[in-house]
Design a protein around this ligand. Sequence first.
Ligand code: C5P
Length: 256
Amino acid sequence: MVTPHGHENIGQVEKREEMAGRLMVALDYPDVAQAKCLIGKLEGIPCYMKVGMQLFYAAGPDFIRELKAHGYSVFLDVKMHDIPNTVRGGAESLTMLGVDMFNVHAAGGTAMMAAALEGAAKAASLHPSLRIPLIIAVTQLTSTSQEIMNTEIGIAGAVTDTVVRYAKLAAEAGLHGVVASPQEAAVISAACGPEFRTVTPGIRPAGSSMDDQSRVMTPGQAILQGSHFLVVGRPITASADPRQAALNIIEEMSQA
Ligand code: C5P
């Protein structure tokens, strides 16, 4: 667990535990060995583990089962986008794996998003030990600029308007939240309600490298904007001391 500091009261310790559960560490690695090396360094910190396409396509479902057996909450970030029937089946399989969260593209439309929920509900109803994971819609990728959205993808207007429109569709379809920039968290909460989760990548502690992210916020700012979950990759994985980097982020989240 996250170790108590000197004269802390129970409230401060609990706050840090809660914040650790809202930190999602992106295991962006090509193989299990490298992922396990990082996980070992984070031992005892009750954070979420986010497994994306690179690791899932290489390591497969067994690695997810292993993470679950070790008690981790798992966000499987595979961004499904297909016809409703296929997504329904995919969601059923992911729910059977016991993941706590997975995602689909909002651009697949409400029928596709609703099908994801149906697939998850079916798996959960067949297996009483399983519950329906949080199903999150990807709005606009944070790598998509206004210009790309307007000229290549063919959606007119401002990125924020599209993000909010997609968030409303996701809520209508019964999904539990969206992936978005922390800069959009407040406007999404205003449009879809405070219970509708915002999962926000693009987190950079003050003074750290931006890498390829452009619309970034610090962990503290993201919490103040109302982000429910903070996705953090390189500020932890590329740090010389990943454990300390994660603890510093949790501390900043707790202080916000
Ligand atoms: O290293 P960094 O903190 O930039 O990693 C961010 C993580 O969040 C990566 O795993 C990336 O795939 C994911 N992500 C993102 N932007 C999105 C959706 C997911 O950066 N819109």
